[in-house]
Design a protein around this ligand. Structure first.
Ligand code: HGY
Ligand code: MN
Ligand code: MN
Length: 423
């Protein structure tokens, strides 16, 4: 869909970003909804379009072994540590078109703006379009940014998708070499800083009528896949007290997760997937497969909650005569944003007439993965529709895209001085 501009409206950088966000949305694997999972044809199409926009903006483009698309805008000193920015271009199923993509397209449009002016910096800038962050297809998130951080776990290559295809085979089918993943890691100390622009995915900025905010820390998370095995049986003949009903065990477990996570600020627990394989109306569920996602800004809170939840799971299963198999698929500590980078964002907000607002991120981001090899910071952009995200109703305003671009360009234009002040 291309946005038509009346002569009255002067196209801004925000208009270009919004138009491209809508153009990229055509690369989906489910008609009528935004679903772009790792290494599907839709994913490949989006990667090609992003690479083309990077080249048009004066960048050289490379793809690494896990499919990250990395645009490089050379500076005056090619040996200087790089200022890296970027985000992910995969989506959840039936998600929004801004999550991740804003953090790729906004820097590309800003670099195109500098390129038009022939402006270069003392350092190179890299825009990383991370190939996989949501963890939808292979149940392990942040595969792209972990590869660059050098923390990719080889065991994930054996994870299978819903068709039983391993990540390893999916990579080979897409002409990527799993044996080359370790070569994707950024050389030590090669990244001066990683800064990510992302929609807030929450209501804080919207409720305070603020367009932008600076992230203080990103909540840590633990994810599991849980299989409950009871005894399938005839729905009409097995008395209630004689059942080993896997779905009822799951229901009691789910209500405990909700109760345990409801009394601590910033502690959340979510069962996002819940299936009764081969279930039928007239069969007592013998098997249930669930996902569990527990997060908190404070790592001790999260670990205390996961300990209580796993203890309660054993109690429920013992009492109901149901077997459980709990597999941790992901765990990451909370990541703190570097003070000096936060100050840099605040200075750019102030120079652009914005109110200073700091806030934590309950959502996970690629910045958490890169935090193991470089100082990180994030700029949040207001969401509309109550701040909803991971939902087709996700939205943001073109004016906020323009303001975020102005602040991002200001931040980069002042980065060299900022970086020098830290040595
Ligand atoms: O799950 C998250 O927080 C992120 O959207 N991947
Ligand atoms: Mn997301
Ligand atoms: Mn995201």
């Amino acid at each position: 869909m291309s946005l038509t501009f009346t002569s009255a409206i002067q196209p801004t950088i925000g208009h270009e970003i919004m138009e491209r966000l809508h153009l990229l949305a055509q690369y989906t694997e489910q008609d009528g909804m935004m679903t772009r999972t790792y290494l599907t044809p839709a994913h490949r199409g989006a990667a090609g379009q992003i690479a083309a926009w990077m080249r048009d903006a004066g960048m050289t483009v490379r793809r690494d072994a896990v499919g990250n698309v990395i645009g490089r805008y050379e500076g005056h000193n090619a040996d200087a540590s790089v200022l890296m920015t970027g985000s992910h271009f995969d989506t959840v199923r039936n998600g929004g078109i801004y999550d991740g993509l804003l953090g790729i397209l906004l820097p590309i449009s800003c670099i195109a703006n500098w390129h038009k002016q022939g402006l270069r910096f003392p350092f190179p800038i890299e825009v990383a379009a991370f190939s996989e962050e949501e963890g939808v297809r292979f149940k392990a998130p942040m595969l792209g940014s972990r590869a660059i951080a050098g923390t990719f776990q080889q065991s994930v290559l054996d994870h299978v998708d819903e068709l039983g295809i391993t990540m390893r085979d999916a990579m080979k089918a897409a002409d990527f070499n799993p044996l080359q993943i370790s070569a994707a890691a950024a050389p030590r100390d090669s990244i001066a800083a990683f800064v990510e622009v992302h929609i807030e995915q929450g209501p804080v900025l919207l409720n305070e009528n603020l367009a932008l905010g600076v992230v203080t820390a990103i909540a840590g998370a633990t994810r599991y896949m849980l299989e409950l095995e009871g005894i399938a049986g005839h729905a009409g003949t097995v008395p209630m007290h004689m059942r080993h009903d896997a779905a009822m065990a799951a229901a009691e477990f789910a209500l405990f997760v909700e109760q345990r996570c409801s009394h601590t600020p910033e502690l959340v627990g979510t069962i996002g997937q819940w299936t009764v394989p081969n279930g039928a109306t007239n069969v007592i569920p013998g098997r249930v497969v669930l996902s569990l996602d527990v997060r908190a800004g404070d790592d001790a809170q999260r670990l205390s909650a996961t300990a209580d939840i796993t203890t309660e799971l054993e109690r429920i299963c013992t009492r109901r005569g149901v077997r459980s198999t709990l597999k941790k698929t992901y765990e990451t500590s909370s990541a703190v944003c570097a003070d000096w980078l936060q100050q840099g964002w605040h200075a750019s907000l102030e120079r652009n007439g914005c109110t200073m607002r700091s806030l934590p991120s309950g959502a996970g981001h690629d910045a958490m993965a890169i935090a193991s090899v470089a100082p990180i910071a994030m700029l949040f952009v207001r969401c509309g529709n109550g701040g909803i995200s991971h939902n087709p109703a996700e939205t943001m305003a073109v004016e906020d895209a323009t303001l975020a671009s102005d602040v991002f360009m200001d931040f980069v234009e002042h980065f060299d001085a900022l970086n020098k002040n830290t040595v």
